[in-house]
Design a protein around this ligand. Sequence first.
Ligand code: HEC
Ligand SMILES: [Cu+2]
Length: 338
Amino acid sequence: MRRLSVTITSSVLAAYPMGAGNAADLPMTYLAADGAWNGLVLPLTWGLLILSLAVIVIIALLVLFGAVPRARLIPIQDVPLTDSHATLWIAIGVAVSTLVLLGFVGWNSMTMAKVANPPSEPALDIEVRGHQWWWEFVYLNKDPSQIFITANEIHVPVGKPVRFALKTADVIHSFWVPRLAGKTDTIPGQTNVAWFEADHPGVYRGQCAQYCGMQHAHMILAVYADRPDEFESWRKAQLQAAPEPSSNEARIGEDLFIERCGACHAVRGTTAMGHVGPDLTHLMSRNTIAAGTLPNNPGFLSGWIANPQDLKPGALMPRPDISGSDLASIRSFLLTLR
Ligand code: HEC
Ligand SMILES: [Cu+2]
């Protein structure tokens, strides 16, 4: 169903260029590090992986060895109940595993202590709110005029630690950007704290890592690690309110948007102030919509507004009962939100 409607919308509007790189296409791995947090944890990850593989191989070899019929089989009733030879091997086995496990407990505790806090005072504090099935990001600041909200895509300055206050609007989600840091759950009624630092400029894919309902798999996020000057100009742009629409159609679209969509979506600079769905003030600065599910271009935008349930079944945005011309006006308003 989804593929069908995607094909229809994309072929109808194939003339529009696709947004640059969908985060959903990026690989996810925790076995490579791109920043301080994962850099500190990676040796432990590999250590545990190698140990676990070694245990599997050793146990498998011992089982094989035990299963191979020996020249002289002892009838079961002749096997002594206690055998000092066997007890010795059991003692050796228990001692070796205990020592190895204790070693890992120590290594684990040391690593946890190292990543408990960022190496230096964070350059940025972001409040993350998990929603079924998208991410809301509030860029916190002591100065209220510097606070802004965005969704599903975050920009961070490269080479600087960023701290996250993790909350949820509904159920338990888990904030996970594997190349940068491990998972941290968002738990109702609680604020968890996480941090990471990106070493290289680039895009890192993240994903909700705690099953949270029907569209859990389409709860993707993207972290854009920008050079400090790029980050600063992005931040300045995000702080701006939406511009006054210049075309007539976009102006009509704005009124329709406020009336039809404003209870759930906010566009700063207008009277649309809902917070049920993503803040759309700078919608067109994002590469994807619907939490990394679709590229953000006029085609998918139309398809999404016309019937979100077709593209992301179960999403908490209802199918609006709207005429084609109203939809076109709303779309031309949305396209002004850069
Ligand atoms: C009942 C609340 C509600 C109403 C009404 C509503 N939306 Fe939404 N909208 C949502 C939610 C929730 C999402 C997030 C869906 C997801 O990704 O799972 C969303 C997502 C979107 C997105 C994608 C944003 C992004 O960055 O991913 C756009 C664009 C959008 N809505 C436009 C509209 C328009 C235009 C209207 C009016 C015709 C509208 N919405 C009406 C709740 C609503
Ligand atoms: Cu989730």
